[in-house]
Design a binder for this molecule. Structure first.
Ligand SMILES: [Zn+2]
Length: 79
């Protein structure tokens, strides 16, 4: 039987904006970080590695689309 529609695989890993519990500093953390991530401001851990997906200690403010982080006018394909 022919498959009419096959979804393009999308990675389940994302970048999240995490707000530190202690000082409310916001930081972007990779969802599958393999090292511990500490707050830039107070140094408390906001994400710890758990084998696959990182355990996020702070408050998740939302996902960050890496594509949207490219500055306006920058064309990656022009290099
Ligand atoms: Zn902090």
């Amino acid at each position: 039987m022919k498959k009419d529609h096959v979804d393009i695989p999308t990675p389940s890993s994302r970048f999240y904006k995490i707000e530190c519990d202690d000082c409310n500093e916001q930081q972007v953390v990779y969802s599958h970080a393999t090292t511990r991530v500490f707050c830039n401001q107070c140094g408390s851990p906001i994400a710890t590695s758990s084998g696959s997906k990182a355990r996020l200690a702070g408050r998740v403010q939302g996902a960050v689309d890496p594509v949207a982080e490219v500055p306006a006018g920058a064309d990656p394909a022009s290099k």
